[in-house]
Design a protein around this ligand. Structure first.
Ligand SMILES: Cc1cc2nc3c(=O)[nH]c(=O)nc-3n(C[C@H](O)[C@H](O)[C@H](O)COP(=O)(O)OP(=O)(O)OC[C@H]3O[C@@H](n4cnc5c(N)ncnc54)[C@H](O)[C@@H]3O)c2cc1C
Length: 430
């Protein structure tokens, strides 16, 4: 699959409108920034229910957990002066409780109403609660925002044995951070492999081996059926409550079983929603002058054609850029091939494309020790995704190939598997 074609909009330019963005995280801030760069001269207000300067999210499961408490400015998405310099008003610690698409108004939790010409929903997502007995115990930690990471960091410092429920990227990154801090760590995953929803089977096996080599106990095909708490410990019940049950004790439980798009405002206002706020390729929602970007958006005609909601910094920024161009009545960029990264121990994963469910994957060793990449092909033989471990050349070549049309099926499994193939030569047209 290659990037989708750019398209020109016929909307008139709107440089003096008042724009409100709900959500001051990766998508919302990127949209505000792009609007100013494109020459928007009207007001831009970004509202977020979280207090303080917005922080980056990816470090929250990585460097932030291992950092000192006073270190937070290093993780700021933008400095305080950036907001002033760009004349962007940040309303932090304020929740939007309702939007009225017809009236072009919204209501805040203090009862005030604000008017807008264009509104951007960048409300992101929130962690999926554990649907089991005891799953609502307030001592089960979830990780999404800085406030969660601060609480987790402080509990982590005191804990000896940490159980992580969910072997997705966030769970595994927390496992790596906790292990690096010297904690005993167990990961419990219901599926038959780690990262089952997002990675190739080969990448899953790689990460399982990496964690085991670092002393993490991995339990796959293990269904957590309950959580109990005594005065001294937390207990995780694994099994069906009938036979073959097991109990594991921990001082700290972290749940990372995916997220739910935060589309409450959109749904209450009658916007079209599915597993996200439905938009067109320009991130325009079903209501006039309302856009949805980042993790909350489900673009019907983008790279994934409304089938998958992308949860990544890259999608937050790309959707913000396209929405800003669209709001300004300018030609919009093409939807790019999705990309993502993760860091665990001394391994950096960089991936491009989406691994299909029925993937056929080729392993390729890199030029240096420790470099490896997994190239996944779809049932029709087309390259669909590349997962590169400490191998930025493989990632760069793979991303380039995924973004370029390949009508003659030049990029084959045999070509990639052949150690004699020089990856960088593939970037040249034949
Ligand atoms: C711990 C962690 C690690 C990650 N690591 C990576 C990584 O390594 N690589 C990668 O590509 N991606 C990573 N991600 C994913 C990436 O951070 C998200 O895709 C990205 O944050 C999405 O940005 P967003 O702006 O759409 O939403 P969010 O970051 O969820 O922000 C939404 C904001 O909207 C606010 N909001 C919601 N509703 C309201 C309301 N009614 N009123 C006011 N404010 C509201 C929220 O308070 C929040 O600040 C990670 C995410 C987490 C949580």
């Amino acid at each position: 699959m290659t990037a989708s074609t750019p398209t020109q909009l016929s909307q008139p330019a709107s440089q003096h409108k008042d724009i409100i963005i709900i959500g001051a995280s990766h998508a919302g801030i990127a949209c505000a920034e792009r609007l100013r760069k494109l020459g928007h001269e009207g007001s831009i207000t970004v509202i977020d229910r979280l207090k303080g300067l917005p922080l980056e999210r990816p470090p929250l499961s990585k460097a932030f957990l291992k950092s000192a408490e006073s270190d937070e400015t290093a993780f700021a998405l933008r400095s305080e002066s950036w907001f002033a310099d760009n004349q962007i008003t940040l309303m932090a610690g304020v929740t939007v409780t309702q939007i009225a698409p017809q009236d072009h108004q919204l209501t805040l939790d203090n009862g005030d109403t604000l008017g807008w010409h264009q509104l951007v929903l960048a409300t992101g997502a929130y962690p999926r609660p554990l649907p089991i007995s005891g799953g609502d115990n307030k001592n089960i930690m979830m990780l999404r925002h800085p406030v969660d990471a601060r609480a987790l960091r402080s509990k982590l410092n005191a804990a000896k044995h940490v159980i992580i429920i969910g072997g997705g990227y966030i769970g595994l990154e927390v496992a790596a951070s906790a292990r690096t801090l010297g904690k005993e760590v167990s990961v419990i995953e219901a599926a038959d492999r780690l990262l089952a929803r997002v990675a190739s089977a080969e990448a899953s096996a790689y990460f399982q081996a990496l964690h085991q080599a670092n002393g993490v106990a991995i339990h796959t095909q293990a269904q957590v059926s309950g959580i109990a708490e005594t005065e001294t410990k937390m207990q995780v019940l694994i099994g069906d409550n009938k036979a073959n049950n097991a109990t594991m004790d921990a001082d700290l439980i972290v749940a990372g079983i995916g997220v739910i798009p935060d589309m409450d405002l959109a749904a209450k206002a009658g916007l079209s929603t599915g597993n996200g706020v439905l938009t067109d390729a320009f991130y325009r929602s079903s209501a006039a002058d309302i856009y949805a970007i980042g993790d909350v958006a489900l673009p019907a005609h983008g790279y994934t054609n409304g089938t998958i909601r992308l949860e990544s910094v890259h999608h937050a920024q790309m959707s913000a850029d396209i929405a800003a161009q669209s709001m300004m009545g300018q030609a919009a960029d093409a939807h790019e091939t999705p990309w993502f990264w993760s860091e665990q121990y001394d391994v950096r994963l960089q991936s491009a494309g989406l691994v299909p469910a029925d993937h056929d994957t080729v392993r390729r060793e890199g030029r240096r020790q420790g470099q490896v990449s997994f190239w996944s092909f779809s049932a029709n033989g087309k390259l669909a995704a590349v997962e590169a471990l400490n191998d930025s050349q493989a990632y760069m070549v793979g991303r380039h190939l995924l973004s370029s049309p390949d009508p003659e099926n030049r990029i084959t499994k045999a070509l990639i598997a052949d150690p004699a193939t020089e990856l960088k030569t593939l970037m040249k047209r034949p």
